[in-house]
Design a protein around this ligand. Structure first.
Ligand code: BEZ
Ligand code: FE
Length: 275
C-alpha cells in the first residue's frame, strides 16, 4: 500500500501557512489584483531583500512590535519594546556619575536631561547587580552613526546601578527622527502616504542575574509623533513626563549653566523561568 500523505516536518508551519495563504487569496480576490500588480509586488519584495530592508519592512508595517509584545508579554514587568536597527554592540562603559555623551559643535541646541529610577524584580526586590545599556539620538542629526559632528558612540553607554537598584544618567533630550527613507521601504511609505517619523525616545536594554533581559524604549508626552509613531512602538506605560528644573542652586550644584530636565523611569524585570 502506498502512503499518499507525506511526513509533516513542521506541524506549526503546516497549520499556519494555509491560513496565511487563505487570507492573502481572499484579499487578492476582493481587490481583483491583476498579474501586472502581483509582479510589481514580487519585484518590490526582491528589492527589499537585495537592499536588506526586510526588518525595516517588518517595523513600518508594525509587525515587529506585535511579535515583540506577544513574545515578551508579562503584565507585572515593564513592557518590552523593539530593539530597532540602531543598537551597537559593546558601547563604552560609563563610570558614575554617568554621562553618556561628550560635547561637540551643535550640542548647545539641546537641553540636558537626567534620567533616573530603580531597577527591581517584579516583586519589588531591588536588583543591585543590574546593568543598563542605553542609546538614543542627540539634539542634532539623529544617531551618532548618521551625524558626522558627533564623536563615535555618543549618546550610547553601559553602566551598573547602585546596590539599592537605583540609577541616574546624564544625557540630552532626544529629538524625533525618520527611519531610513532612501530605499524600497521609503518608496512604499511615500506611495501609501505614511510618514517615516518616530517620536523622540531613549532605548534601554536591562540585564540582571536570574532575570529575563528587558529591551524597551521611553517616550515623552507632547511629542508630535506620539500618537502616530511610524513603527507603532509607543505604549502608554512607557510615556514618562519630563520635569523642567529652573532652580539656580540645583543648576549650579549639577555643574550646569542653564535649566535642565529630569525624567523618572522605574524598571521591573521578570524572573527567568528555569529549564
Ligand atoms: C529605532 O528606534 O532606532 C528604529 C526602529 C525601527 C526602524 C528604524 C529605527
Ligand atoms: Fe531609535
Amino acid at each position: 500500500m502506498v502512503d499518499s500523505a507525506r511526513e509533516v516536518r513542521n506541524e506549526r508551519l503546516a497549520r499556519i501557512l494555509p491560513e496565511a495563504l487563505e487570507a492573502l487569496h481572499e484579499i487578492i480576490e476582493r481587490h481583483r489584483i491583476t498579474e501586472r500588480e502581483w509582479l510589481a509586488v514580487l519585484d518590490f519584495l526582491t528589492e527589499v531583500g537585495k537592499k536588506d530592508e526586510f526588518v525595516l519592512l517588518s517595523d513600518v508595517t508594525k509587525t515587529s512590535v506585535l511579535v515583540d509584545s506577544i513574545t515578551h508579554e508579562d503584565g507585572a514587568a515593564t513592557p518590552s519594546d523593539v530593539e530597532g536597527p540602531l543598537y551597537r554592540e559593546n558601547p563604552p562603559w560609563r563610570e558614575r556619575p554617568v554621562k553618556i555623551y561628550e560635547e561637540y559643535e551643535g550640542i548647545e541646541e539641546g537641553d540636558v536631561l537626567f534620567v533616573r529610577g530603580r531597577v527591581t524584580s517584579t516583586d519589588g526586590t531591588p536588583l543591585g547587580g543590574a546593568v543598563l545599556d542605553v542609546w538614543q539620538t542627540g539634539p542634532t542629526g539623529g544617531y551618532d552613526v548618521w551625524d558626522e559632528r558627533q564623536p563615535d558612540y555618543n549618546f550610547r553607554g553601559r553602566f551598573g546601578v547602585e546596590e539599592d537598584g537605583s540609577y541616574e544618567f546624564q544625557t540630552m533630550v532626544p529629538k524625533p527622527y525618520t527611519v531610513p527613507t532612501d530605499g524600497p521601504v521609503g518608496r512604499l511609505l511615500e506611495a501609501i502616504g505614511q510618514h517615516p517619523w518616530r517620536p523622540a525616545h531613549i532605548h534601554f536594554k536591562v540585564e540582571a542575574e536570574g532575570h529575563e533581559t528587558l529591551t524597551t524604549q521611553v517616550f515623552f508626552p507632547g511629542d508630535p509623533y506620539l500618537e502616530n509613531d511610524t513603527i507603532g512602538a509607543v505604549k502608554p506605560e512607557l510615556v514618562r513626563p519630563l520635569e523642567r528644573c529652573e532652580d539656580g542652586e540645583e543648576i549650579s550644584r549639577r555643574g550646569l549653566d542653564a535649566p535642565f530636565y529630569t525624567c523618572d523611569f522605574d524598571i521591573k524585570l521578570k524572573p527567568a523561568t528555569r529549564g
